[in-house]
Design a protein around this ligand. Sequence first.
Ligand code: ACM
Ligand code: ZN
Length: 489
Amino acid sequence: MIPSPKKMRVFKKSFWVTSKVLFQGDSALPTGLYEYIVGELDDFYAKAFKYIELDDDNVTTVAICLAPMHKKVPQDYYLLKVDPHEILMAAETPNGLIHATQTLKQHFWDTSFNQIDEYDTGADMRCLVIEDWPSYPWRGLHLDVSRHFFDYKFIRRYLDWMAALKLNKFHWHLSDDQGWRVESKRFPRLHEIGAWRKEQDGSRYGGFYTQRQIKLVLDYAAKRGIEVIPEIDIPGHAQAILAAYPELACFPKDFETLNVWGISEDILCAGKDSTISFLKDLFTEIAELFPGQYVHLGGDEAPKEHWKACPHCQKRIAKHQLANEEELQGWLVKTLAKHLQGLDKTVIGWDEILDGKIDSKPIVMAWRGDGIDAARLAHDNGNRYVICPNNKLYFDWKQSDFKDVPGAHGITRIRDVYGLDLSKYKFEHKKLFLGGQANLWTEYVPDNATAKDLVHDRLYALAEVFWSDPPDKDYEKFWRRSFELARFI
Ligand code: ACM
Ligand code: ZN
């Protein structure tokens, strides 16, 4: 099972699974949750077994119970009991039940798949008791849909993998120099112009999600206990925005959505009031479209050459007595964060936002190098932080040094991900450390198959590190468990 549960006892007896298992949900289950759980399990058993008529004596049940536990339990705890005649899933939160569902599916795969009877009508599932809960509240996976576009159907497959491994934050990198990806009612040139680029061979590449497609994704994610974090990267990595609205730059010209990788010097002007009001309106639209708690405003890799030469930016620096251009970025982040907080959002930024003196409210994503310095800085400034160290959790890196494997930059093996030592990221205030996520940048990920190749195996390791936080990591055992599940997820 992956991620391995906190407590598990397996017994000799077994439960007879068939396509006719009955589901009993208590009336406290919110709309949709019961349907989701039954859908997941019923579909699964229906695929595994021929449909049979059973006499009443042989009926077995799965009881689904959302209620306070008899003892104090950690957040998103669940209990899963498989007895000979009944399976019980119990939790205090919907997420607990969602996780129990995934565990039950994996348990079936682990112990029953080879036990299916010769008529394909049923299988023995080992009895057990599991008590389980996540070690960290943030267990995320990111996807860059700007460098290459991945349609909303693929996003749902991506969410399936996450759900199966109890990952709960999907970080959707929706805008970068090479493409803007959201239908905007407020600023339609963003998707009309910014979503498209002319490739070096002259072909047109791009795409965007309609607001309806985004809602489909949000709904799909919510059913699986996954929060979606939209990222609109500003003030750098914003050339697609400038292609649509060049007047937002310090020195407007005819910008084109970029068709090469790298860092562009053309960034949004933080000096012009018109840029600030554009960004406020844009983030208002994003905040309304994505009803979750978080909005990510990027903040990474923004070269300040134009800000140094721009009269508007220099005027802003003088007016607010800022020390330099980094503090101007800090001012911009603070201004937008305040705006978003007014809309009840929690702001997230890459660790560069710490360079510009921010307050302790935004969540910081520590990505540079091994992320330890950034985590320390965030901690000392009182910010909550999520780690995604470049050298361990960038899943666009190759998985091995074999010739022709997909990926770029360096090599991060499954073993490296599994070996990530979280104790290095924990300081005095342990609660500030929310957890971690893997990032998939897609410069060198042209299609769905490559994305799957890069994410898939390392995702098991990521999930186990941040859900189980195993006290004694045994890589060989982990690898065997993940091998058994490889066809399942
Ligand atoms: C990043 O990798 N530029 C956050
Ligand atoms: Zn400027």
